[in-house]
Design a protein around this ligand. Structure first.
Ligand code: ATP
Length: 322
């Protein structure tokens, strides 16, 4: 391959820039031209292409977000939109793609491969950690640490005022962020989409925590753990057992910020491996890290197969909340 396109798509995640840097520099080192595609699939359709050199990705390893910008493209969901994207790629002489994003990005890539035979490999860049075929996605570790920092601060207030704090973290369908944040933050309750929990159980934990002499409690709630999120769950729990409670929704602060060392290293390894895999002739696969080793997973499996949360961690967090 002489010319490869790289883009970031879907929700931004800390470490996307580090992955981009690795892909660009690996390819440049191996004498392959690299084109940056702005704003994900939207920019692909509009032909927003920028020539990338090792210098274009200087000083970005530590930056959150993505210098290529990202977008959600409705047009790419249609066959006509994808045909236009393929036309633009061909016009530019782009022979293969490195797609950095989450499951939606990979669903789009699968269609581009099937319909237009454009070789594409995926790099898992999403804070959700919800992709099968990698122990961690790029951005997850940073998001967990950002949320944890917020919880540590809230804990000071919770303890001083003897209150119960409900903290809502991201995770509509997957509770990976909530589980890790809850474990690391010493939460009394962790509410996840995967393990249904109702207001009665939450109220009971708060009541028994008080009885054990705990002055304050931290309840971590994934967005999708209860209809209406943390606020509704708290109100419903108060109906069962009255307590002084407050809700904090962490929201978008979880997405931004400088990537952790873990995310930078993961992104560097996967970004380079993606370039190598594509140049080596593979397509339709996602690069991941499984038990410390680089692993290839078909894109179809990455998006269709279900990644389980670690129930042992969940049970241990419950025990340690004693
Ligand atoms: P995150 O998980 O962090 O939100 P994501 O990659 O899943 O990231 P999405 O917004 O779901 O983010 O997907 C990014 C883009 O991929 C969409 O805007 C759309 O253009 C394209 N896309 C998503 N699903 C499909 C699909 N089924 N077919 C074609 N294109 C798709």
């Amino acid at each position: 391959m002489k010319k490869i396109g790289v883009f970031t798509s879907g929700g931004d995640a800390p470490g996307m820039n580090a992955a981009l840097r690795a892909t660009v520099r690996w390819l440049s080192k191996h004498e392959v031209d690299v084109v940056g595609i702005m704003r994900g699939y939207a920019g692909m359709i509009d032909g927003e292409f920028v020539a990338m050199t090792p210098r274009s990705v200087a000083n970005i390893i530590q930056r959150g977000g993505t210098i290529l910008h990202t977008a959600r493209s409705k047009a790419f969901m249609t066959p006509e939109g994808r045909s236009e994207a393929a036309k633009q790629l061909r016009k530019e002489g782009i022979e293969g793609l490195v797609a950095i994003g989450g499951d939606g990005t990979f669903r789009g890539a699968i269609k581009l491969i099937q319909e237009h035979r454009i070789p594409t490999v995926g790099v898992p860049g999403t804070i959700d950690n919800d992709l099968y075929g990698t122990d961690y996605t790029i951005g997850f570790d940073t998001a967990v640490n950002t949320a944890l920092d917020a919880i540590d601060r809230i804990r000071d207030t919770a303890a001083s005022h003897e209150r119960v704090f409900f903290i809502e973290v991201m995770g509509r369908h997957a509770g990976f962020i909530a589980l890790n944040v809850g474990m690391a933050g010493g939460a009394e309750v962790i509410a996840l989409p995967e393990v249904p929990i109702g207001p009665e159980e939450v109220a009971e934990v708060i009541r028994s925590s008080e009885a054990k002499g705990k002055g304050s409690s931290i309840i971590v709630v994934a967005e999708g753990a209860y209809p209406g999120g943390a606020d509704t769950l708290m109100k419903a729990a108060k109906e069962v057992y009255p307590f002084e409670g407050r809700v904090t929704v962490l929201g978008h602060i979880q997405r931004g910020g400088s990537p952790t060392a873990h995310d930078r290293i993961l992104a560097s390894r996967l970004g380079a491996a993606a370039a190598e895999t594509l140049v080596g002739g593979s397509s339709g696969v996602m690069l991941g890290e499984v038990e410390g080793e680089i692993a290839l997973t078909p894109l179809v499996d990455a998006v269709e197969k279900h990644k389980e949360i670690d129930k042992d961690v969940y049970r241990l967090a419950e025990i340690l909340a004693e």
